[in-house]
Design a protein around this ligand. Structure first.
Ligand code: KIV
Length: 250
C-alpha cells in the first residue's frame, strides 16, 4: 500500500534536511507536529527516558502500543513511526504481526534494528504494505551483547559491512535508514551511495536528516545525555524553578 507520508520523507532527500524527533505521548506529538517536524518516532528509547529501564531491551509490545496510541491521538500531519521492541521480530510471521499491532495502535510506519540478519522480516513487513524505517550502526537492542554504545565504521571491514547493509535495506524497500553512532565519513559515504534518505544520530552532519531523543535535546532525560547532543540545560532549570517558586507560594 503506498504511503504518501513515507513517500514524502523519501522525496526530501537532496532537497531539504529531514528533522526527526522522538515522541512518547500526546502532548509531545502535538507540540512537535505543530512545529513542523515531518517525522516523529515513538522510539523504544521510551524505556530509558520515560519508563526508567536500564536499556531498551526491557520495553514490551504492550508498552509500545500504549505510547503509540497516546501519540497518535494528536493526529499528527507528520509521519508517525514506531519502534518494534526487542524480540518482537524474531520470525517473519512475528514481525508482521507485531508491525500490524503498532499500526493498529496508530503508527504509520515501523522501525527495526539490523540489516541482512532481519532481511526476511523487513521484506515481509514491506510486502504487508507497512512502511519500513531501517536502523544501522550502533543498535541499542544489542547493547548487552556489545557491552556498551560503541561507534561503528572505524575499520575498513565495518565500513564495507555498513555500506552493504544500507544497500540491502534500500533494496528491501525501506523508505529511510537511521544511522546511529556511525563515523561521519562512513555516514556520508552511505548517504551518497543510496537513493533513500539517511537520518543520523551521532553520525555527523552529512546525513540527509537528523534524529534526536527529544528529552536529550531538552536536557530533561534522566541520568545521562549523550555527547553528540547539545542539551538546552536551561529548560530543566526553568522547570525546577517553577516548582520551587510554586512550593514557596503555598
Ligand atoms: O529509540 C529511539 O529513540 C531511536 C532513535 C534515537 C533513533 O531509535
Amino acid at each position: 500500500m503506498p504511503s504518501p507520508k513515507a513517500n514524502a520523507i523519501r522525496a526530501m532527500k537532496g532537497r531539504e534536511k529531514i528533522a526527526a524527533l522522538t515522541v512518547y505521548d500526546f502532548a509531545m506529538a502535538q507540540m512537535l507536529d505543530q512545529l513542523g517536524v515531518p517525522l516523529l518516532l515513538v522510539g523504544d528509547s521510551l524505556g530509558m527516558v520515560v519508563l526508567g529501564y536500564e536499556d531498551t531491551t526491557h520495553v514490551t509490545m504492550a508498552e509500545m502500543e500504549h505510547h503509540v496510541r497516546a501519540a497518535a491521538r494528536a493526529k499528527p500531519r507528520a509521519l508517525l513511526a514506531a519502534d518494534l521492541p526487542f524480540q518482537s521480530y524474531e520470525t517473519t510471521t512475528q514481525a508482521v504481526q507485531s508491525a500490524q499491532r503498532l499500526i493498529a495502535a496508530g503508527a504509520e510506519a515501523v522501525k527495526a534494528e539490523g540489516g541482512k540478519d532481519i532481511l526476511p522480516q523487513v521484506q515481509a513487513i514491506v510486502a504487508a504494505g507497512i512502511p519500513f524505517l531501517g536502523h544501522l550502526g550502533m543498535l541499542p537492542q544489542h547493547v548487552r551483547e556489545e557491552g556498551g554504545y560503541h561507534i561503528k565504521g572505524k575499520t575498513v571491514p565495518e565500513r564495507e559491512h555498513l555500506l552493504q547493509e544500507a544497500k540491502t535495506l534500500e533494496a528491501a524497500g525501506a523508505f529511510a535508514i537511521v544511522l546511529e553512532l556511525v563515523t561521519p565519513p562512513v555516514a556520508r559515504e552511505i548517504s551518497e551511495n543510496i537513493s533513500i534518505p539517511t537520518i543520523g544520530i551521532g553520525s555527523g552532519k552529512q546525513c540527509d536528516g537528523q534524529i534526536l531523543v527529544t528529552t536529550d535535546l531538552w536536557g530533561t532525560s534522566p541520568n545521562y545525555i549523550p555527547k553528540h547532543v547539545k542539551a538546552r540545560l536551561e529548560i530543566p532549570e526553568h522547570m525546577r524553578s517553577a516548582v520551587a517558586e510554586w512550593k514557596k507560594s503555598l
